[in-house]
Design a protein around this ligand. Structure first.
Ligand SMILES: [Zn+2]
Length: 277
């Protein structure tokens, strides 16, 4: 009976997969879902696998060429430098940037290996100290306390999808989403943007919030006692940057401690604003 039971189950599975295959002819999405397939559709799987391998090997073959070019033209040409780097790193910069594929800090600002300790997250946000551990503040702790970087640079950018999600969110949105939960870290920047620019278009509000959230992140950095101490003693500087990839410009500014500044500003002010175009 047990064997018969197993056979019946197999027949049911077979039937289910035939159904999935029939549907999958109409729906590519269903075809993807039917990944745990029995031998009866091995042919289909092999065909899909071949397509996938062909596509991947094309990408990796280009990647391999880039890596070998890097090895020949940079690594081997500067072998002393890379040997030193193999022993230790001493970057001067900690960079917090968005994960967006268009805004790689090493690419746009030319950081070479060993020059910047980089953490990238959705919308380049810094969570407050009281929120507890995240990968971003773990990276901050290591960069500031162990590597003793001298600068933290938070880089925002134009057309940021994370900031757009933050601005577009409905106040009564109770959906559970990793993106929503994360970008809510930027809620104060959203509130300030809504207060200052709610009459502007969505695109303009996003642009406003992209910059507002950078300054929020700079302030948030000061909620970490070990960062605030170093900023006050002058051994660590914190900067904001904004990369606009629609016209390839970069704004850069610095948050400085100023004992003569009013208590309203928390003793800090923004200085040394530069516009690179
Ligand atoms: Zn972004």
């Amino acid at each position: 009976m047990q064997v018969f039971g197993q056979q019946l189950k197999l027949m049911e599975m077979e039937h289910t997969h035939v159904e999935i295959l029939n549907h999958s002819k109409r729906s590519p999405e269903l075809r993807l879902k039917a990944s745990a397939s029995p031998p009866s559709i091995t042919q289909e799987r092999t065909k899909n696998k071949q397509n996938t391998v062909t596509l991947s090997s094309g990408h990796f073959s280009e990647m391999k060429q880039r890596f070998l070019k890097f090895k020949k033209e940079k690594y081997l040409e500067n072998s002393d430098h890379y040997e030193n780097l193999a022993d230790k790193q001493a970057p001067k910069f900690m960079v917090i940037a968005c994960g967006d594929s268009r805004v790689c800090p090493s690419n746009i600002l030319g950081f070479e290996p060993g020059e910047a300790f980089v953490v990238r997250n959705v919308a380049n946000l810094v969570p407050p100290h009281e929120n507890g551990p995240t990968e971003t503040n773990a990276a901050l702790e290591f960069a500031v306390n162990s590597l003793k970087v001298e600068n933290i640079l938070v880089i925002g950018h134009s057309r940021c999808g994370g900031i757009r999600a933050l601005i577009s969110m409905q106040d009564d949105d109770n959906s559970s989403s990793f993106i929503k939960s994360w970008v809510m870290v930027g809620k104060p920047a959203r509130l300030r943007t809504k207060a200052a620019a709610s009459d502007l278009s969505l695109d303009q509000q996003c642009r406003h919030c992209e910059k507002e959230s950078i300054n929020q992140s700079l302030q948030r950095l000061l909620s970490y006692p070990w960062i605030q101490d170093k900023v006050r003693s002058g051994t660590l500087a914190i900067h904001g940057g904004y990369y606009d990839f629609t016209n390839c410009t970069f704004e850069k500014w610095t948050l400085e401690y100023d004992s003569s500044s009013s208590a309203v500003d928390g003793g800090y002010c923004l200085r040394n604003r530069e516009f690179w175009s």
